[in-house]
Design a protein around this ligand. Structure first.
Ligand code: IMP
Length: 445
């Protein structure tokens, strides 16, 4: 596999997407790349506080949920047009970043973004508390916010440009409509939960966010004209994409390149490089099919060594073997140019590794593509040799054990994409690119 060059010349508009079920450590990769002086701004394209992007810098742990990771590198950070922006959560996230010493002055949000109101979250909790059809959502109200948007009764961030009184009036109308809907569908009343209309939360949101609302399409037009570098940070992963994921066990936004473009106002012709982030194994949190889930004892071990607990909900993540059918599918539908492989430093602790290159359908056929309903297949797992020695100290590809290099080669050959970066530890400084020449791991910038 010929390695794609990641040039250290002008960084032109990178898109970072997750290739699995989220939690692939996209945040750390975006942070590493955003240190490059060529990067002017970062945009988080879609989703909301359901995401948890953790970055560890010199031992300090930053857990971002809505604010793009570029903020940690002191760069402009924009919440994009496809986001469900939490009026209750975003102000607190900005404040806690400020208290951690992060410069929060350059955080903006698109005036096209959807506003996620406290009653959306209440409804998500109600729905997930029901007895059937559970998605295993993060209970943040994401689906309810996007549903209102699709129903064209939602509120957009441009409402924050009105006077405070007018904003509160519009929000109150929306609240009253939600109350009567909740009454009808769930026989439940958010007034009982929220103590009537959450006016104080909305006033605080207004005060903190009003000066941060921008007209993203025209802002981006200027940025692109000036050829400044843009990083687009997608949330969740390809298998949670509303259209192409394991429906109905998906999130309610578009997690790939389509969402990235719509969320950022980047024109398709301006895409530079699409980088897909995957873990060296697979994890999933929430309900839904997971063909390559490991046997319980191995899974418990991997969960422990990989610290596989959700950043947002604290739930244990399910762990599974690497599923290359899934990763290739995610690469193909998103036009991925190169793969960033995370958490390569753990698997040597397992005596044997397995990898999925094919599925078997219920009628006994072998397929190597992703079916619409993943619950109908079982994985065919191939054994591969483990490398048995730690790689966390490796700083050169040739320093990786031969079995590890074979594992990387298998991924490259099956997906038809080069691995352009690996991570060998949790610290941001342990994320490397390996592209300048075939042998060397490099730090960006
Ligand atoms: P929702 O996005 O909260 O509606 O949850 C829908 C599904 O997506 C559930 O299975 C969640 O666990 C999953 N999900 C949402 N966001 C993330 C994430 O950032 N990482 C991993 N899973 C997520």
């Amino acid at each position: 596999m010929k390695r794609k060059e990641i040039t250290h010349g002008p960084v032109r508009n990178w898109i970072f997407i997750g290739l699995q079920w989220g939690d692939e450590t996209k945040g750390a990769w975006v942070y590493r790349f955003s240190l490059s002086h060529e990067v002017f701004l970062g945009i988080r394209s879609a989703g909301g506080s359901n995401a948890g992007h953790t970055v560890i810098i010199d031992g300090k742990v930053y857990a971002l949920h809505e604010v793009p990771t570029t903020v940690l590198a002191g760069k402009t950070a924009i919440l994009g047009s496809e986001m469900a922006v939490g009026v209750a959560t975003l102000p607190d996230e900005i404040e806690s970043l400020r208290q951690m010493g992060v410069d929060t002055e350059k955080i903006y949000l698109s005036d096209r973004a959807s506003l996620l109101m406290p009653w959306h979250r209440f409804e998500d909790e109600l729905r997930e508390g029901g007895t059937s059809n559970l998605i295993g959502s993060t209970k943040k109200g994401i689906g309810q916010c996007y549903r209102d948007d699709t129903d064209r009764i939602g509120l957009r961030a441009c409402e924050l440009r009105k006077t405070k009184g007018e904003f509160l009036r519009v929000a109150k109308n929306s609240f009253d409509a939600a109350v009567s809907r909740l009454d009808r569908f769930y026989n439940a009343n958010p007034k009982g939960w929220a103590g009537n209309f959450p006016e104080m939360i909305l006033e605080k949101a207004y005060d903190i966010l009003v000066g941060r609302v921008i007209d993203l399409p025209s802002f981006m037009g200027d940025v692109l004209k000036e050829k400044k570098g843009v990083l687009i940070e997608c949330a969740q992963g390809a298998m949670l994409d509303l259209r192409h994921g394991t429906y109905p066990y998906v999130t309610s936004s578009h997690t790939g390149v389509a969402g990235a473009l719509s969320g950022s106002s980047l024109s398709p012709s301006e895409i530079g490089t699409v980088l897909g982030v995957a873990k060296a194994y697979t994890t999933r949190v929430g309900n839904g099919p997971f063909p390559t889930k490991m046997e319980p004892e191995v899974e418990a071990f991997v969960r422990e060594i990989g610290k596989e607990k959700g950043t947002t909900t604290g739930r244990d993540r399910d762990c599974g073997w690497l599923d290359l059918v899934q990763i290739k599918y995610a690469c193909d539908i998103n036009g991925v140019d190169g793969i960033l492989l995370s958490k390569l430093d753990l698997l040597h602790q397992l005596p044997e590794l397995r990898i999925c290159l094919e599925y078997e359908t219920s009628d006994g056929r072998r397929i190597n593509h992703m079916p619409a309903d993943l619950s109908e297949v079982r994985p065919i797992l191939n054994s591969v040799e483990s490398w048995k020695s730690p790689v966390n100290g490796c700083r050169h590809l040739w320093g990786l054990p031969v079995e590890c290099r074979k594992y990387l080669g298998l991924i490259e050959d099956f997906t038809g994409r080069p691995i352009v970066g690996i991570s060998v530890g949790a610290e941001a400084s342990e994320y490397f690119t390996c592209c300048k020449n075939a042998e060397q791991l490099e730090m960006l910038p």
